[in-house]
Design a protein around this ligand. Structure first.
Ligand SMILES: [Zn+2]
Length: 69
């Protein structure tokens, strides 16, 4: 068992729409939560938020899909 074997990629739906990788059309993803505390937040004028973004990482190509809600 390696470091990254604990989590298995899964399929997800957002608002009834199946999540598919924009890049390679793969449909299974790893998830992770990312805290938005980078300068990017200031640039985007989102200082008033203290949001955590949900990232879906394509299990095939590694493309990261970000969702904030
Ligand atoms: Zn992909």
């Amino acid at each position: 068992m390696g470091l990254f074997s604990a989590e298995k990629p899964k399929q997800y739906e957002i608002d009834g729409i199946k999540l598919v990788c924009m890049f390679c059309k793969n449909d299974s993803f790893y998830t992770r939560k990312e805290q938005l505390h980078s300068p990017t937040r200031t640039i985007l004028n989102l200082e008033w938020t203290d949001e955590t973004a949900t990232c879906f990482v394509c299990s095939s190509c590694g493309y990261i899909h970000w969702f904030m809600r």
